[in-house]
Design a protein around this ligand. Structure first.
Ligand code: FES
Length: 117
C-alpha cells in the first residue's frame, strides 16, 4: 500500500490489490489495467496518458490510470486540485505529476464536451 501501482477496480472502486486478500474479492467484478481497453481501442484515460506523455518509466502508470478512471467516474469534471487529491497515494518516482494532471484534465474536458456538446 505504499505506491498505488497495483491498483485495480473492485466493483468500480479503486483499491490496492497488494492489500486485498484474494478471498475478499470472490464474486466481485475486478478490472485491471489490461481490462480497460476495448479490443485494440484504448480507454480514453489510457489514450490521454499516451497523448500527454504522462509517464517516464511507467511504473506508476497502471495504478495512476486506474485511479484516474475511478476518480472520473465519481467526478467527471475535477479541478487540478481535485485530481491531485484523488490521486493521493499514487507515487510517481519520475515526477510526472503535472503531465498526469494534464492528461486527466483532458479526459474530463472530452467528457464535458461529449455531455454538453
Ligand atoms: Fe516512473 Fe511514474 S513514470 S514512477
Amino acid at each position: 500500500g505504499q505506491c498505488g501501482s497495483c491498483m485495480v477496480l473492485i466493483d468500480g472502486r479503486a483499491m490496492n490489490s497488494c492489500l486485498l486478500p484474494a478471498a475478499s474479492t470472490v464474486g466481485k467484478k475486478i478490472v485491471t489495467i489490461e481490462g480497460l481497453a476495448s479490443g485494440r481501442r484504448l480507454h480514453p484515460v489510457q489514450q490521454a496518458f499516451l497523448d500527454h506523455a504522462a509517464f517516464q518509466c511507467g511504473f506508476c502508470t497502471p495504478g495512476m490510470i486506474i485511479g484516474a478512471v475511478a476518480l472520473l467516474s465519481n467526478n467527471p469534471n475535477p479541478s487540478a486540485a481535485q485530481i491531485r487529491d484523488g490521486l493521493h497515494g499514487h507515487l510517481c518516482r519520475c515526477g510526472t505529476y503535472p503531465r498526469i494532471v494534464e492528461a486527466v484534465r483532458s479526459v474530463a474536458a472530452e467528457l464535458k464536451e461529449a455531455t454538453h456538446g
